[in-house]
Design a protein around this ligand. Structure first.
Ligand code: ADP
Ligand code: MG
Length: 568
């Protein structure tokens, strides 16, 4: 293998030559503690930055196996390494002068959630650390400025590697704490079903965020406190006792006046499918990992979804057992979102009246009298919510500010009162008994049919497919956009990118016109279980920044792909 000296000589040789000479730097170089690998070199200073990786042998990195023994501990430690490396690289405030992306150093920007990313991986067998970053190779105009690159690769990078990727330079308590926290969080998530719960919110949690554009905890917020009747105690492996509100499986209603914190609680529950970093305020807000936030999504495309449990007899005669549209309405989109969540194997639906289609949620008595059943295609969610729980084992947590009808359906009713939850199940049920639901009996529901077989598009199977993340909003494949803005539990542009590669992988290898979406997603999960998220990338070195999405978001992405073909 070449050494760092070889690289230094090479850089001297190509200094001030024209930009493409940078291509010669491709390759692996042994530095003292690590191997630096220049995996992909950008074609010009304005192109996407070059991809570089750093590999530290397990023995040299020295992280003790108990830090990466289990997946959840490993992912938490990888996350901590990435954050520290990122801080050091940014803190060095090294800005090479030059054109385009000259001197720009970037790696994953981690938010409040702890995600499995390609940015940094700890090999669970060998303890080897692999860190990926992007560097804008510096130039003046189109002339190579190798001196500046030398500063980055020979001064800045060794310092970051040493501080962030060698165990000896860490305070051991810090990494242990991150791993223990993740293990406690996973423990709660695994314990929920045994306790008959679908979510847990620890006392003292800080749910609101600093602002609409900041995910940091709000300062001076009212800490969460469980109502007595819903309070449960858990014994966590590391932290020990925690108390908090246990949300039981079944139908749970969150009510209360406007601005009393209902949506804030639901938002925290939506994100409780992920682990959060220490200091977030939602460390112990933990939700059933299969939970899906469902909302109305006017304009989305739907490909042959069986929404007949909610919608039948459309005036245009369309078959709602295989409902297809390029432009769904509020109610049809929300119906499809529920059915697709079932397809994705959810056992908890989360809904907020604020983002729901009213006619999907309820039909009041007066409306039932004026518009007869046979003129109304929609069986509202109200009439299906108990069936979903009793026959499909799917719980619902619903925020309702204006419609009392759900009082009749709920097992538990929580009132948010100045940001503090109260259990009002008994008095609310008593009131509800005085206002019985009148009118029609819904037609019996039957389980939706998920028997759609997917076919690859020839272009995506055989051709070169360009995947481009549109950040948190979606992803494009060969310029065809997949809109993921309303897939609210997607957290990170790197997850969107990974979803794009999931699609590409599926088109290339899995969509054979025989497999159903469930089979395809299962196989994708196996690919990622075996080789990490990076396994979706098939071009060898130069793996882009990706973060592993949940199964539920993979389904959501496939279901929103307008180009996906269904076998007849
Ligand atoms: P609702 O859905 O009941 O109308 P929201 O959840 O939207 O209310 O909350 C209204 C406002 O109160 C938001 O600005 C939110 O940030 C803030 N808020 C929510 N929970 C708390 C809390 N525990 N302490 C302080 N402010 C909070
Ligand atoms: Mg609200």
């Amino acid at each position: 293998m070449q050494t760092s000296n070889d690289l230094k000589n090479l850089l001297e040789r190509i200094d001030r030559r024209s930009y493409p000479a940078y291509k010669d730097t491709r390759g692996a170089y042994r530095f003292g503690d690590y191997v630096l690998s220049i995996d992909h070199v950008q074609g010009d200073p304005f192109a996407a930055p070059s991809r570089v990786s750093v590999r530290v042998e397990g023995k040299r990195a020295g992280f003790p196996p108990e830090l990466y023994r289990t997946d959840c501990r490993r992912v938490a430690v990888q996350d901590a390494l990435t954050r520290r490396f990122g801080r050091l690289a940014a803190g060095a405030s090294f800005q090479a002068k030059g054109s385009g992306h000259s001197g720009l150093i970037s790696l994953s920007r981690c938010g409040q959630e702890v995600l499995e990313r390609t940015a940094c991986t700890l090999n669970p067998n060998s303890g080897e650390v692999l860190l990926r970053l992007e560097v804008g190779f510096p130039a003046n105009g189109r002339t190579i400025n190798a001196r500046e690159l030398e500063k980055i690769l020979f001064v800045l990078l060794p310092r970051c590697v040493s501080e962030a990727l060698l165990y000896q330079n860490w305070d051991p308590r810090e990494l242990n704490a991150a791993a223990d926290l993740a293990e406690d969080q996973d423990y709660i998530r695994k314990t929920l079903p045994q306790m008959g719960l679908c979510a847990f919110v620890a006392d003292g949690s800080i749910l609101p965020r600093a602002s609409g554009v900041s995910q940091l905890p709000m300062k001076g917020a009212v800490p969460f406190r469980s109502p007595e009747a819903l309070s449960v105690e858990l014994e966590l492996p590391h932290r020990g006792k925690v108390t908090g509100m246990g949300v039981r499986t079944g139908v749970t209603l969150i009510v209360g006046g406007g601005y009393h914190g209902k949506s804030t609680l639901l938002k925290a529950l939506e994100l409780g499918v992920y682990n959060h970093i220490a200091g977030d305020g939602r460390e112990y807000v933990i939700t059933d990992p299969s939970a899906v936030k469902v909302r109305a999504e006017d304009g989305r495309s739907i490909g042959r979804a069986d929404i007949s449990m909610f919608i039948r007899n459309l005036p245009n005669g369309k078959d709602t057992t295989r409902f297809t549209t390029e432009d769904a309405s509020g109610s049809t989109s929300q119906a499809a979102n529920v059915v697709e969540a079932i397809e994705a194997g959810t056992s908890l639906l989360l809904m907020d009246e604020d983002t729901s289609a009213t006619n999907f949620m309820v039909r009041d008595a007066l409306m039932q009298r004026v518009i007869h059943r046979d003129m109304e295609p929609i069986t509202p969610f109200l009439d299906r919510v108990r069936w979903l729980y009793e026959h499909q084992g799917i719980s619902t947590i619903l925020v309702a500010g204006s419609s009392g009808a759900y009082f009749h359906m709920a097992d538990t009713i929580i009132q948010m009162d100045r940001y503090v939850p109260q259990d009002i199940t008994v008095p609310a049920k008593r009131e509800a008994a005085l206002f019985p639901l009148t009118g029609e009996h819904p037609e019996p529901a039957r389980e939706p049919d998920f028997d759609r077989r997917l076919k690859a598009s020839q272009e995506l199977r055989d051709g070169r497919t360009k995947v481009k993340s549109l950040g948190r909003d979606g992803v494009s494949l060969n310029r065809e956009n997949i809109d993921l803005r309303y897939v609210e539990q997607l957290r990170d542009g790197e997850q969107s990118a990974a979803l794009g590669y999931c699609l590409r992988y599926a088109h290339r290898h899995l969509l054979d016109g025989e497999k159903t979406l469930r089979q395809v997603v299962k196989e994708l999960e196996q690919v990622m279980d075996r080789g990490g998220v990076a396994a979706l990338w098939e071009e060898g070195e130069g793996v882009p920044f990706l973060a592993r999405p949940r199964t539920q978001e993979i389904f959501a992405c496939f279901n929103r792909d307008r180009t996906l073909k269904l076998a007849p």
